[in-house]
Design a protein around this ligand. Structure first.
Ligand code: ATP
Ligand code: MG
Length: 563
C-alpha cells in the first residue's frame, strides 16, 4: 500500500477522534441510540498473540466505552477453526488485562452463537434470501463478473425446500470441504462485489477448539459478525478500514434477520509501524522459523514481546492516545513508540549504575581495606522512591569506553593526567594503565582526591567529565541483552519475502556486566535506568545466580517530529 508510505507521521497531538463525534450524535436526543448505554466490543480471533496494532483497537474499543460511561465486551471471534487455539485465548486475556482494561463477565465466544447462527441461516433460506450453491471456489471466482457484467449464479433459483434439505445435509457432514456453500441472495449486479450473493456458510471438516467435532460447517465473518454484535446488543461495532466495503453487507444481515439490536459499524484506520511487521501470519513465521525466541521475544511487536522488552502499559496507552484515530491509513515511526516509553521511564525508572563493558580502575592512593557508603536517591525525579546505599572501595569497574590512553579531541573522560568525577563519589586523576598481551586495556590507575567526597571541588576547579562505576568488591554479574530493529529496511512489509531483510545483528548479548548488588533483588515489575546507558528491565530467563537484563530503550531520543 503506497498510501502508507506517504503518510509516515509524527502524529498530530490532540487530534480529534471522529468516532467520539459519531457516538455523541448517536446518543443525543434524536440519535439512533438515544437513551442507550454505549456498548462496544473487542473481537480478536484467537489464532495468534496480540500486537501493537491490536493495542490500538483495544484502546479504541475499550476507550470509547470508558469515555461514554459504557461497556465493552471481550469476544473471541472463533468462527474459523483453522488456526485457533485456547493457548491464544489465555494470552489475549492476559495482554488486555495488562493494558489495564477489564470486561468483568462480558466475555464471549462467537462459537457460542453457532446454533443461533444456523437457525438464522435456515430462516434466511425460508425467506428466499439464501440458497445452497454448488460452484467450486474457482468457478465462483470466474463467475463473479466485473463492473459492466453482473455475476452469474446458476443455483440462485433453486427451490427453497431443496436448499433447506442440502443445508441440513451440509451440517450433517454428507459433503466434503468446498463441495457446497450457502450464499445470501442479494444483488448480482451490485457495484460492491461483497453484495454479489456472498458466501455465508462453508464446509470445513475440522476440529474446533471449543465445539470439537460438532460442526463441519462454519459461518463466514460477514454473516457471523453482525449477528454476534446484535446478540450482545452492541451499539457501536468499531473495526478497521478494510471492513468499510463490507458495511453494506453488515447492514443487510442486520436488516434482514430478526435480531435483538441494530448495531452501527464504524471503521477507523489500522495502525502501521515502520521497521516491523504486524500481520499474525508473518509474526508466526518468525516464531515457527526460529528467527526469534518466541512470541514474546523482546524484538517482537507483540504485546507480550513489548512487555518483556520493558514497555509499560501506560506508555502503550499513551502512544495509542497520541496517534489518534483517523480514516486514513498511515505508518507511525517506531521511534515514536520508543519516545512514549522513554517519557514514562524517565519519570518512573529506578536509577542504578551498571558497567556493560567493564575494565578495572584501581585508586592507588585509596586505603586497601577501606570501604565507604554513599546514600543515593533511587530516582531524583521522585524523592518518594527513597534511597539506597552504594559502596565504594579501592577497586572499581568502569566502562572501557571511559578511558583512552591517547585522548581524541574533545574527550573529557579518563586519560593519563586528566581528572574526572566518579558519579556521587570522588574526583580522581588518571595516572596510567596496564595492558593485556593483545594490547587491550587491563587496568586503569588513578589517584583520588579525598577533599572531593560527594564529587565537589572545594577550590572550585572545573572537572568536566563524570563517569559511573561499580564497586569491584561488592557487585553482581549480569548478562545484558541489547536489541536492535529486527529488519534492515524501514518497510519490511513491502518486501516480497520479508525474511530476506531480517537484521542478523538485532540481538547483541553482553556477558560479565557488573551491576550494583541490589540488582540481585530486581524483579520484572521495576524499570531501571542504568545511568548513562539506557532503560533496562529484568528478563524472565534470569536465575538467582544468572541475572539477565534487557535494554528497553536507549537514553537518547532519536525521534524527531516531522512538520
Ligand atoms: P492480523 O492481520 O494481524 O492477523 P487481524 O485483523 O486478523 O490481524 P484480529 O484478531 O481479527 O486480527 O483483530 C482483532 C481486532 O483488532 C480487529 O477488530 C482488527 O480490526 C483489529 N486490528 C488488528 N490489527 C490492527 C492494526 N494494525 N491496527 C488497528 N487495529 C487492528
Ligand atoms: Mg481478523
Amino acid at each position: 500500500m503506497s498510501e502508507a508510505n506517504e503518510n509516515l507521521t509524527a502524529p498530530e497531538e490532540g487530534s480529534s477522534n471522529f468516532i467520539h463525534t459519531f457516538v455523541t450524535e448517536d446518543i443525543a436526543e434524536n440519535g439512533q441510540f438515544a437513551g442507550q448505554r454505549v456498548h462496544t466490543r473487542f473481537p480478536p480471533e484467537p489464532n495468534g498473540y496480540l500486537h501493537i496494532g491490536h493495542a490500538k483497537a483495544i484502546c479504541v474499543d475499550f476507550g470509547t466505552a470508558e469515555k461514554f460511561g459504557g461497556l465493552c465486551n471481550l469476544r473471541m471471534d472463533d468462527t474459523n477453526p483453522t488456526k485457533e487455539d485456547t493457548e491464544y485465548v489465555d494470552a489475549i486475556k492476559e495482554d488486555i488485562q495488562w493494558l489495564g482494561f477489564t470486561w468483568d463477565d462480558r466475555f464471549h465466544y462467537a462459537s457460542d452463537y453457532f446454533d443461533t447462527m444456523y437457525e438464522l441461516a435456515v430462516k434466511l433460506i425460508q425467506k428466499g434470501l439464501a440458497y445452497v450453491c454448488e460452484l467450486t471456489p474457482e468457478q465462483m471466482h470466474d463467475n463473479r463478473g466485473d463492473l459492466s457484467h453482473p455475476a452469474i449464479s446458476p443455483y440462485r433459483d433453486r427451490p427453497m425446500e431443496e436448499s433447506l434439505d442440502l443445508f441440513a445435509r451440509m451440517k450433517a457432514g454428507e459433503f466434503e470441504d468446498g463441495r457446497m456453500t450457502l450464499r445470501a441472495k442479494i444483488d448480482l449486479t451490485s457495484g460492491n462485489f461483497n453484495l454479489r450473493d456472498p458466501v455465508i456458510y462453508r464446509i470445513n471438516h475440522m476440529k474446533h477448539h471449543r465445539t470439537g467435532e460438532k460442526w463441519c460447517i462454519y459461518p463466514m465473518y460477514d454473516f457471523a459478525h453482525p449477528i454476534e454484535d446484535a446478540m450482545e446488543k452492541i451499539t457501536h461495532s468499531l473495526c478497521t478500514l478494510e471492513f468499510e466495503a463490507h458495511r453494506p453487507l453488515y447492514d443487510w444481515v442486520i436488516d434482514n434477520i430478526d435480531l435483538p439490536a441494530k448495531p452501527r459499524q464504524i471503521e477507523f484506520a489500522r495502525l502501521g509501524i515502520n521497521n516491523t511487521v504486524m500481520s499474525k501470519r508473518k509474526l508466526r513465521k518468525l516464531v515457527e522459523g526460529g528467527y526469534v525466541s518466541g512470541w514474546d521475544d523482546p524484538r517482537m511487536p507483540t504485546l507480550c514481546g513489548l512487555r518483556r522488552r520493558g514497555f509499560t502499559p501506560a506508555s502503550i496507552r499513551n502512544f495509542c492516545e497520541r496517534i489518534g484515530v483517523s480514516k486514513v491509513n498511515s505508518t507511525v515511526d517506531y521511534g515514536f513508540l520508543e519516545h512514549c516509553l522513554r517519557e514514562d521511564l524517565n519519570e518512573n525508572a529506578r536509577r542504578t549504575m551498571a558497567v556493560l563493558h567493564p575494565v578495572k580502575l584501581v585508586l592507588t592512593n585509596y586505603p586497601e581495606e577501606q570501604t565507604e557508603e554513599f546514600e543515593v536517591e533511587n530516582n531524583p525525579e521522585r524523592p518518594e522512591d527513597g534511597t539506597r546505599s552504594v559502596t565504594f572501595s579501592r577497586e572499581l569497574w568502569i566502562e572501557s569506553g571511559d578511558f583512552l590512553e591517547e585522548p581524541v579531541k574533545g574527550y573529557r573522560r579518563l586519560f593519563p593526567g586528566n581528572e574526572v568525577r566518579l558519579k556521587t563519589a570522588y574526583i580522581v586523576r588518571c595516572t596510567g594503565c596496564d595492558k593485556n598481551e593483545d594490547g587491550t586495556i587491563k587496568t586503569v590507575y588513578a589517584e583520588y582526591d579525598p577533599q572531593t567526597r560527594g564529587g565537589n571541588t572545594p577550590d572550585g576547579r572545573k572537572v568536566r567529565g563524570t563517569i559511573h562505576w561499580v564497586d569491584a568488591n561488592n557487585c553482581a554479574e549480569a548478562e545484558v541483552r541489547l536489541y536492535g530493529s529486527l529488519f534492515t529496511v524501514p518497510e519490511p512489509e513491502q518486501e516480497e519475502d520479508f525474511l530476506t531483510v531480517l537484521n542478523p545483528n538485532s540481538l547483541e548479548v553482553l556477558y560479565g556486566c557488573k551491576v550494583e548488588p541490589s540488582m540481585k533483588e530486581a524483579d520484572a515489575k521495576t524499570a531501571f535506568q542504568f545511568m548513562r546507558e539506557g532503560y533496562f528491565c529484568f528478563d524472565k530467563d534470569s536465575a538467582p545466580e544468572h541475572l539477565i537484563f534487557n535494554r528497553s530503550v536507549s537514553l537518547k531520543d532519536g525521534f524527531k517530529p516531522q512538520k
